[in-house]
Design a protein around this ligand. Structure first.
Ligand code: GDP
Length: 197
């Protein structure tokens, strides 16, 4: 499915502008600078074609991309900009939360976590929300090339430990580096399975 052509088809700032949920969707979430754009680029190899302005704090919309006729990828706005205006921040965060907890057809949320920094309170907040709404999600450790392999393993263990108590909706953790390509194929395979309902 990741060989299919990627086409941008909708952006939403408010819930009334969400496109109809016609296809299975896989969403990508994480704090700003976590490596989301790079990962989407590595997964699809065509992100640059459709990616418009992605400057932190400027385009805070949920962006919908069709990947061929059968799957939709959703780019959730990155959270945690110190300088995003408070009221702006709230509007899209509320929409992102609503989307994640109620969207019909949402098969999986990939919650991206920087291997070096681990989870922050905002990430845990999102996890709690997905657990409450029984939204299937998986942690994707990013930028694994930036630390020693032993530290990647340590981080993975630490996160799995911290999610152990709540793992009703959590799926196996994956580790990737968009820079070296490590783990990208495995993630593609895992997500392709999700798409084949
Ligand atoms: P976004 O804000 O989450 O979309 O993050 P970007 O994809 O724009 O990446 C943020 C920064 O991290 C950029 O400087 C990227 O070059 C860098 N980056 C992203 N992925 C990787 C990776 O796998 N390894 C390394 N070393 N750097 C990465």
């Amino acid at each position: 499915v990741f060989r299919n052509k990627l086409t941008f088809f909708a952006a939403a700032k408010i819930s009334s502008s969400l496109p109809p949920a016609e296809l299975p969707e896989i969403a990508f979430a994480g704090r700003s600078n976590v490596g989301k754009s790079s990962l989407l680029n590595a997964l699809t190899r065509q992100w640059g074609v459709v990616r418009t302005s992605d400057k932190p704090g400027l385009t805070q919309t949920l962006n919908f991309f069709k990947l061929g006729p059968k799957l939709c990828l959703v780019d959730l706005p990155g959270y945690g900009f110190a300088y995003a205006k408070e009221e702006v921040k709230e509007a899209w965060e509320e929409l992102a939360k609503e989307y994640v907890s109620t969207r019909v057809g949402l098969r999986r949320v990939c919650l991206l976590i920087d291997t070096k920094w681990g989870m922050n309170p905002r990430d845990h907040e999102l996890v709690d929300l997905m657990e409450r709404s029984k939204t299937k999600y998986q942690i994707v450790l990013t930028k694994t090339d930036t630390v020693f392999p032993i530290d990647v393993a340590r981080r993975a263990m630490q996160i799995e430990e911290s999610l152990k108590a709540k793992k009703s909706a959590v799926q196996p953790l994956m580790m990737v580096s968009s820079k070296t390509g490590a783990g990208i194929r495995s993630l593609r395979t895992a997500l392709a399975t999700v798409a084949r309902f």
